[in-house]
Design a binder for this molecule. Structure first.
Ligand code: FPP
Length: 239
């Protein structure tokens, strides 16, 4: 197990933080930082096959981000719509399968339909699996999973004895994903901010000072390379 892990992480998850500060440092509105951040997404997705990363999961909008100003929230939602419209063709051609996690109920219909279409359009791709967390929160995800599980029990399709970690994981938004091996957070904050709480139980963490819009594919590759030197024990003592 350790030997294989040393080759590199198969699933990398990223908390893309620091867009606002990047813009502020330049005396620009926060949304300018988000636009610069969106450009980086393409560069990092394209770098994945070079370093053997098959699954990339990025935190685009959290369940807590609604607390930002109305201008910023509306600007981000517009950015997500434009991102999907503009990037769909390139993502399809580059073999990227895109999926979204998070609660879609609170998102506007136009955005949800773009998300659905992109998932469908790229559904037969297999080169890189890009998962975008949008209106996602780890506690919210586990809560929604528990509700669905409770409903299955109520309907008599499951009993309480069926509830174990494996079954619960099947009710999570990430049911189609392996657990992340490495979680990266940019911008100097050492917090996980409700991202993939269940799934990251054994993940390695890398906290970087770089602000997200400055995060290059070279730095990404360096981080992935450094991961290869770590031993992961999954709680066990290895000989
Ligand atoms: C955190 O920076 C970033 C966000 C809340 C939004 C992340 C979104 C993008 C990178 C835009 C593109 C994404 C896609 C999928 C198109 P912050 O605003 O919290 O920065 P700060 O901590 O410096 O204020």
């Amino acid at each position: 197990m350790t030997k294989m892990d040393k080759i590199g992480p198969r699933h990398v998850a990223i908390i893309m933080d620091g867009n606002g500060r990047w813009a502020q440092q330049r005396g620009r509105p926060r949304l300018v930082g988000h636009h610069a951040g969106a450009k980086r997404v393409r560069e990092i997705v394209e770098a994945c096959p070079d370093v053997g990363v098959k699954y990339l999961t990025i935190f685009a909008f959290s369940t807590e981000n609604w607390k930002r100003t109305q201008t910023e929230v509306a600007g981000l939602m517009r950015l997500f719509r434009r991102y999907i419209e503009r990037e769909a063709r390139a993502l399809l051609q580059e073999g990227v399968r895109v999926r979204f996690i998070g609660d879609r109920m609170k998102l506007d219909d136009k955005l949800v339909s773009l998300m659905d279409n992109l998932e469908l359009l790229t559904s037969t791709n297999d080169k890189v699996h890009l998962t975008i967390a949008l209106n996602y929160g780890g506690r919210d995800e586990v809560t929604r999973a528990a509700q669905r599980l409770a409903f299955e029990i109520e309907q008599g399709r499951l009993t309480h004895k069926d509830v174990d970690a494996e079954t619960l994981a099947k009710f999570l938004d990430t049911q189609f994903l392996p657990d992340p091996d490495l979680v990266i957070r940019t911008s100097g904050e050492a917090r996980i901010s409700n991202f993939l709480l269940w799934q990251s139980a054994y993940a390695e963490y890398e906290f970087l000072d770089t602000l997200w819009p400055d995060f290059t594919s070279d730095e990404f590759k360096t981080v992935i390379g450094a991961y290869g030197t770590r031993d992961r024990r999954y709680g066990a003592v290895l000989a």
